[in-house]
Design a protein around this ligand. Structure first.
Ligand code: NAD
Ligand code: MG
Length: 391
């Protein structure tokens, strides 16, 4: 029986790699049911045709005509507007790849969770934003989260979930991004082009900037804490430029278990799609003898303040992770639109966090998803106002 799958964000980097796994898989292994995109109607239509999808959803309806024209006469149902993403996620399937970028993926991903199916979780922002509410819903609906973020996928593979008392700490590795070796006094001058040029991974624009500020690792710290139920002090971050060791778990007897592989997202994607089995991901095999070195360093917290901001948000709890995520999304967007400079990204997040801490607002627990979304919207407005003051 084919595994029926939906891909939320199929036109993005993770979405396209997911379809690449389907393309190279044995015939009859997967059946693509629904695909979604934000704006890229042309690629969405091409994917629907190639993979014979039943339903396509385009969140931003301004390009709906292109989609309708390209799919004219074909047996593909078309949905437009943000609601159509929920409809796509509600199609009866066995697996959903959550690969939308940002908190925009929260509601569609939850719609997939509501089906009690396996979720390939790439969209880290939705777990950072909704935290325990998200993991509680997963438990309630008997859904299963299969982490796709390479670090969390690595930990998922080597963590003894049955015996948590034997675990001392989780060790998240970070490549260090394009500015790992840039002197601190040159960080002010870095350009958008250089920030987008990741030394190891090829990814979408937002996560590439997050990797340059190291906020990506900060968000991953929060993601790891919620996914694996570990406090901040039991999660370390270390720089490993080669991105071969994807993350590790240290046990109380001193053993450290790691997962290694080529830096290719198709490995964790294939793992999540085949779980609990394994499948050929058709990637370059790792040749350890061809490698010069595997290096590990402590991160420079002065140069990359995002790590401290994220740790603060995790340790503060309440609304703080949602606040930091929304402020970061707005700041990265402004940077990508050349409205602010690179160092303004973390400065802006710091400013937004400061505004909230003075109101002791973080301690308010969010008890519904609606409250999470409303907090996310509120912070976006505050951050947008703060950007106007900067420019
Ligand atoms: P991307 O920008 O390449 O693609 C994002 C996808 O989401 C696209 O299909 C786009 O159409 C859709 N989308 C964007 N904004 C939307 C909106 N407002 N509403 C609905 N759909 C929207 O992003 P990506 O690099 O594939 O990353 C996707 C997720 O996976 C992110 O959460 C990222 O952190 C995570 N992730 C990515 C990688 C990677 O290698 N790219 C690695 C680890 C984790
Ligand atoms: Mg990652």
């Amino acid at each position: 029986m084919a595994k029926r799958i939906t891909i939320l964000g199929s036109t993005g980097s993770i979405g396209q790699s997911t379809l690449d796994i389907v393309r190279n898989s044995l015939k009859g292994m997967f059946e693509v049911v629904a695909l979604t995109a934000n704006k890229n109607a042309k690629l969405l239509a091409e994917q629907a045709i190639e993979f014979n999808a039943q339903y396509v959803a385009l969140s931003d309806s301004s390009n709906a005509d292109i989609l309708k024209e390209m799919l004219k006469g074909l047996d593909v149902k078309i949905g437009t507007g943000p609601e159509s993403l929920i409809e796509a996620a509600s199609y009866k399937t066995d697996f959903c790849m959550a690969a939308i970028i940002g908190a925009a993926g929260l509601e569609p991903t939850l719609a997939a969770v509501n089906q009690g199916i396996n979720i390939g979780l790439a969209n880290k922002e939705c777990i950072v934003t909704a935290g325990d509410l998200f993991t509680q819903r997963v438990k309630e609906k008997r859904s299963k989260l299969l982490p796709v973020d390479s670090e969390h996928n690595a930990i998922f593979q080597v963590l003894d979930i049955e015996r948590p008392s034997g675990v001392r700490r989780l060790i998240l590795t970070a490549s260090g991004g394009p500015f790992r070796s840039t002197p601190i006094n040159e960080m002010r001058m870095v350009t958008k082009e250089s920030a987008l040029r990741h030394p190891v991974w090829s990814m979408g624009a937002k996560i590439s900037i997050d990797s340059a500020t190291l906020m990506n690792k900060g968000l991953e710290l929060i993601e790891a804490s919620y996914l694996f139920n570990r406090p901040s002090k039991e999660i370390d971050i270390i720089i490993h430029p080669q991105s071969i060791v994807h993350s590790m778990v240290e046990y109380i007897d001193g053993s450290i278990l790691a997962q290694l592989g080529s830096p290719d997202m198709r490995i964790p994607i294939a793992y999540s799609m085949a779980w609990p089995d394994r499948m050929n991901a058709h990637v370059d095999r790792l040749d350890l003898t061809a490698m010069d070195n595997l290096n590990f360093f402590k991160p420079d917290l002065n140069k990359f303040p995002a790590l401290n901001l994220a740790r603060f948000a995790l340790e503060t709890g309440g609304t703080a992770p949602c606040v930091i995520n929304a402020a970061n999304e707005v700041a990265v967007d402004a940077f990508l639109q050349d409205k602010i400079e690179f160092l303004d990204i973390t400065r802006l997040i710091d400013g937004v966090l400061g505004k909230y801490s003075s109101r002791a607002d973080f301690k308010t627990e969010m008890s519904t998803i609606e409250e999470v979304i409303s907090k996310d919207n509120e912070v976006r407005k505050v951050a947008t106002e703060n950007i106007k003051k900067l420019i």
